[in-house]
Unconditional design. Structure first.
Length: 366
């Protein structure tokens, strides 16, 4: 079957993908990525087999880094890296690059991944929790006030996919601010200068799994007394322009295609508009339908990327899942630690998919 036939078959299936990750990608991105697996831009080689030192791949990674810089309007002292691994790996690198031997790292515990980052960092030194919403099952984003001024860095997670909470206004502080933006990067405008480092696993809102995007203020590095392993020292990755070791070429290439798609379709401003439209439509149905309830009750804490909700009568769970399956809605089950349902609506999701889910909810049990 040809690529064109495969694309038509996929489109005809009409599946609405609400999976929390790996993320939904635009059809045109997947089609070009599929072509590249056989023949990258007519060079006679696959993206899977070309050297990462070849002029073709160097052009790919440099363009991807340039598009990130332009899209996020980065100051000159910020560097863009595409590294191996995921956000969990970068959370460990964070501690090694910013935590001094006798210093302290401060963490905001807003969900499972934020808590994991905090616990992983404890291997390297003194770590404190400065805010948490764990006592209420993360149904709100922790209130950030009276931030410490005597720590090496402050780590936050901007959007929590499991519980569905999200920070709306980032704190301003003179302490290096580190943020895991895996699941909401490129969905809203941010002032990058507020952060010492931003990192994001590609598989949520950028591309396929395997790569991690890092945006880092190089002036804030090298200020600890810690000996850092060569592959975990961000300065080495900056010096080698993301080529300290073999990068995940395919993941970076698809991320480039996705960045180009985003820019062609209006950039971050348009992605923000679509994000608001999808989330408002779904929350409106949840709040107005007596059968359903949002996990996050605080309106200012609700995620616009991962909408988590439950049926008030849990005995209807299987019946609702069956209704979703009949409507070709996929990936709607909530995380096993929370239960219920989770609608992950990343940049590539169409409003039609959100409407399909809302229609199931409207007609359920009528």
């Amino acid at each position: 079957m040809s690529l064109r036939e495969l694309r038509i078959a996929k489109e005809n299936q009409g599946v609405h993908n609400f999976s929390a990750g790996p993320c939904i990608l635009p059809n045109e991105v997947m089609e070009k990525a599929a072509e590249s697996v056989i023949n990258l831009d007519g060079i006679g080689l696959s993206i899977l087999e070309i050297s990462h030192r070849s002029k073709e791949f160097v052009a790919i990674i440099e363009r991807a880094r340039t598009l990130v810089r332009e899209t996020m309007n980065l100051p000159d002292n910020y560097e863009v890296l595409f590294l191996q691994g995921g956000a969990s790996y970068l959370s460990i690198i964070t501690a090694q690059n910013y935590l001094s031997k006798e210093g302290t790292g401060a963490y905001v515990n807003s969900g499972t991944w934020a808590r994991n980052s905090m616990n992983d960092a404890k291997v390297f030194g003194n770590i404190i929790e400065i805010a948490s919403s764990e006592s209420t099952q993360f149904n709100t984003y922790p209130e950030l006030k009276d931030l410490p001024t005597d720590v090496d860095y402050i780590h936050i997670t901007s959007n929590n996919t499991i519980a569905g909470n999200q920070i709306k206004n980032f704190p301003k502080t003179d302490i290096p601010l580190i943020c895991d933006m895996s699941s909401d990067i490129f969905s809203r405008d941010i002032d990058v200068s507020q952060f010492a480092m931003i990192y994001a696993g590609a598989q949520k809102n950028l591309g396929p799994s395997g790569a991690t995007l890092v945006i880092v203020n190089k002036d804030k590095l090298g200020q600890t007394d810690r000996e850092i392993p060569r592959l975990m020292d961000l300065r080495n990755h900056i010096e080698k322009e993301s080529m300290l070791n073999t990068p995940p070429c395919f993941s970076i290439y698809v991320s480039l295609l996705n960045l180009e798609w985003m820019i062609k379709n209006g950039g971050v401003e348009e992605m923000k508009k679509r994000c608001l439209e999808r989330s408002e439509l779904l929350y409106q149905e949840i709040d107005g339908n007596p059968l359903f309830e949002a996990h996050v009750s605080d309106l200012d804490s609700r995620s616009k990327m991962n909408v988590c909700f439950t049926l008030k009568d849990s005995s209807l769970n299987e019946e609702f899942i069956t209704s979703c399956e009949k409507a070709k809605i996929s990936g709607i089950k909530g995380h096993r630690s929370v239960g219920g349902y989770r609608a992950s609506m990343y940049n590539a999701m169409s409003i039609e998919s959100t409407k399909a889910l809302v229609n199931v909810m409207k007609t359920f049990k009528l």
